[in-house]
Write a protein that binds this ligand. Structure first.
Ligand code: ATP
Length: 249
């Protein structure tokens, strides 16, 4: 791959592509992860490649939800490992949350590679290797999880989720926070709190909010979470996108 000049108008997007394709060559990201990334890029384009006020709100409520959780877990897949592993570790240490590797195309080798990458970047305890439990009624590998990790979590933060697991986690009574640039996906419509933002911007912004909210009483944080209306947020996001498109030419 040739060097991308910093003056290129799509520099950040091209560098991100480069990162994710390198991660695929290194066996961290699955090849289908590149397709998922492409869909994400398309939706990012539609929202203007910045954090909308609705996403910022969702990131604030997500931070509140993580702070009051008894046993929160941050789920890591191949795309997240490629794009913002350090930021995930930092958030998980600040809240604190457990980290668990969970893959749709699960192989022992890829699980180990991602765990090693997390360890290299300072993560101490990582769940997901044992996979000694199954999320009920989920007949693919994303259903495999650790009893002491996702299985027993009360709040799960799932960047780049698939709709099936999101629903199955909700059926287990868990609070699901999803990061998904596609406001129309099953995941976006199923999660308790959906963050329609790029995972690259979302994770540090959740941490920024968590730092601000840490001083608040639990009761204030609970109120924030209870008053959250996910459907309103999705409608506001879609109406922003349609107005934006209508006013372009
Ligand atoms: P669902 O089952 O929820 O309808 P899907 O099967 O369409 O989802 P997947 O292919 O499992 O979706 O996951 C990819 C999702 O992740 C897409 O909706 C895409 O918009 C989103 N996505 C990809 N890259 C990013 C990113 N960097 N930040 C946030 N979301 C992203």
């Amino acid at each position: 791959m040739g060097k991308i000049p910093e003056s290129h108008p799509r520099y950040f997007s091209l560098k991100t592509r480069e990162r994710i394709s390198k991660a695929m060559e290194n066996g961290i990201t699955h090849k289908t992860g590149l397709i998922a990334h492409g869909r994400g890029e398309a939706f990012d384009y539609l929202i203007g490649e910045k954090t909308l006020v609705y996403a910022d709100d969702a990131e604030r409520v997500a931070a509140a939800s993580l702070l009051i959780a008894k046993n929160p877990v941050l789920s890591i897949n191949g795309n997240v490992a490629a794009l913002n592993l350090k930021e995930c570790i930092s958030l998980s240490e600040f809240i604190p949350t457990k980290l668990e590797v969970n893959l749709f195309h699960r192989t022992k080798e890829r699980i180990e590679k991602i765990i090693n990458e997390l360890k290299k970047n300072g993560a101490k305890e990582i769940y997901g290797k044992k996979a000694d439990a199954n999320i009920p009624n989920l007949n693919h590998d994303r259903g495999r999880c650790d009893i002491d990790g996702i299985y027993s979590a009360d709040v799960v933060l799932v960047p780049l989720e698939d709709g099936d697991r999101c629903q199955a986690l909700r059926n287990m009574g868990k609070t699901v926070i999803a990061i998904d640039l596609n406001p129309l996906s099953r995941t976006a419509r199923t999660a308790n709190i959906t963050i329609v933002d790029n995972v690259i911007r979302a994770i540090p912004n959740i941490e920024k909010w968590a730092r601000k909210l840490k001083k608040l009483d639990e009761i204030n944080l609970e109120e924030m979470v209870e008053s959250w209306n996910n459907i309103d947020m999705l409608q506001n996001t879609l109406s922003f996108v349609s107005k934006r498109l209508n006013s372009m030419f």
